[in-house]
Design a protein around this ligand. Sequence first.
Ligand code: BMA
Length: 341
Amino acid sequence: CCNTPAEQLKVRLQKLLNKGIMLGHQDDPMYGTTWKWDEGKSDVFLTTGDYPAVMGFDLGKIELDSKENLDGVSFDRMRKEIIAQNERGGIVTLSWHPWNPVTGENAWDPKGDAVAAVLDGGAQQQKFDGWLKKVSDFILKTNDGKLVPVIFRPWHEMNGGWFWWGASSCTPVQYNQLYVKTLNILTKAGCNNIVWAWSPNLSDEKTVEKFLERFPGEKYVDMLGVDVYEFDNSDANYQQNLAATLDVLMEAAKKVGKIPALTETGCRGISSKKDWFTQTLWPVLQKYQLSYVLFWRNAWDKPQEEAYLPGVGDGAIVEDFKAFKKEKKVLFAKDIVKVRK
Ligand code: BMA
């Protein structure tokens, strides 16, 4: 084992699991609550003095040959930041919100039987295989010659009905075929730098059976995650949902022998909270041995709806976030540098 960048990252993730939980942030170095596109900035760095251990980026729109992703992030810049994060000893995760290949609408269009259409023999197969080629080209070119390991988390929140690969748009068998096809094509293209993550969304029915309903299989997945948000301003609801969901995640991860992570989270309206990190999140999170917790983006294009980590000038919550960082088990970039493969 351990010759490929992916195998080395897996060993590293296992080691880090014993050290604590890594802090992650989507689009961290691209934009924040008071700035966008500047180089060298990061809301996490500006508020705490260190970068997140994990940075997330999204490939949505790469399939359309766009120079920028669906949130306006340039792919050239993304490549630079992936390399920079790797060089500072941090870890990178990639998600992908591709356009609906049948209707031409964005990822949130569940219509058109698009999964059936992209599978082998389907009407959109050729086009879709071309899309996967664009993804593998990007993942392979992250650094000239030397591949940067990434945690790739395609086809996420598949238990919900909002995406074209979601539960109302395909059967579990079709979904699994989509995931495995993606893995096979990227692997054949030479992507030996991918750690494969799979993550449903929070579900009403919190059982291991339900959780694993669309799980592609132990052979294909390295990490098991879940996405849970606080959208309703109820800290108590969030705590309940999070605890019940993480119970299921841990049991499922144990059952299939995979590394667990909280692959997306955040509280809407965080800037006006006082002590959400230390009093709402941490009391629950500290009970679970998770690889990382990834906060979603501090959206420059819709700051009211989506800003999940504090920015400079945000008031009490900034101090609370710093206190959260001081927890021994909460790991930022500098905390993980020494734990290499
Ligand atoms: C979603 C929202 C969208 C965004 C997408 C991909 O959850 O943040 O605004 O386009 O993620 O980053």
